[in-house]
Ligand binder design. Sequence first.
Ligand code: SF4
Ligand code: SF4
Ligand code: SF4
Length: 274
Amino acid sequence: MNMAAFNKIPFAARRAAGYLLGFALLYAPFELYRRLLEALGVQPAFLPHAFCPRIPTAEVFTGGFVDLNSVMVVSTIIFWLLCLVLGPFFCGRLCIAGYFAESLSRLVPDKYKIEWEKYVPAAPIRYGMLLAYMALPLWYGFYPCAYCNFYFFDTLISVFFGAALSFTVPLAVTGALYLVLFGLFTKGGRGYCRFMCPQGAMQSLFFAIGARLRLARKIKVADAACVKCGLCVKNCPMRAMRLKENAIKNDVNLCIKCGVCQHNCPRKAIYTGR
Ligand code: SF4
Ligand code: SF4
Ligand code: SF4
């Protein structure tokens, strides 16, 4: 398919197709990524955690890094390098866990949803939670995966495809936060992505570094074209766009480069650049 034909596909359908591909790549019963590794004769990985960046990072501190599954380590390093250049491509294009909560939130009218940024700053909480996820394994007995929405979604999907229901209390709490409070009743539906997901926070950290080094392209607004209609602010699922000092600003610590703002801008004022 050439670019012109691809661009004729509605934006929402292209977006959904990317997330469905991510689902097929990582989750049972499809697990195409694992099957590909197996076909290449590579050691099977523990999926969808094969490139969870938190685990190897935490294991640097615990001393377990050298014992990790080599697929996990290599996938993670490649993943970090890609984020330096592409930004949070996994969040913005492939992660069905975030997209699922975002889609779910559309079931509730906006007037019943919370705009968390009015009350708390998202980026410091996001990075603070990432630190906690990495530091808490040092505390004997703490199992941080149970507090990860990515893991919860994996468990949910396994049950859907016939696995026995085996939610622990922490995992059930995570699910309630992820789907109900931070999903259904949060503007944009990506409250867990914004505040608590270690996978997303790691990607944003590498994106922020990549943007600072001018390796990654970030979302920018052409001030001359922008009429301050606020549609990009309203539609951003990560609440990464702000009207500040009469200009639209993008927060690289939250933006997942999903393209929703660009698609909705009536003046085509949003572009990516270094
Ligand atoms: S922040 Fe986490 S749950 Fe959200 S899209 Fe990114 S990886 Fe997925
Ligand atoms: S949607 Fe476009 S024109 Fe409207 S505020 Fe955002 S950048 Fe400006
Ligand atoms: S600022 Fe635009 S590209 Fe970034 S998360 Fe929001 S809608 Fe997506």
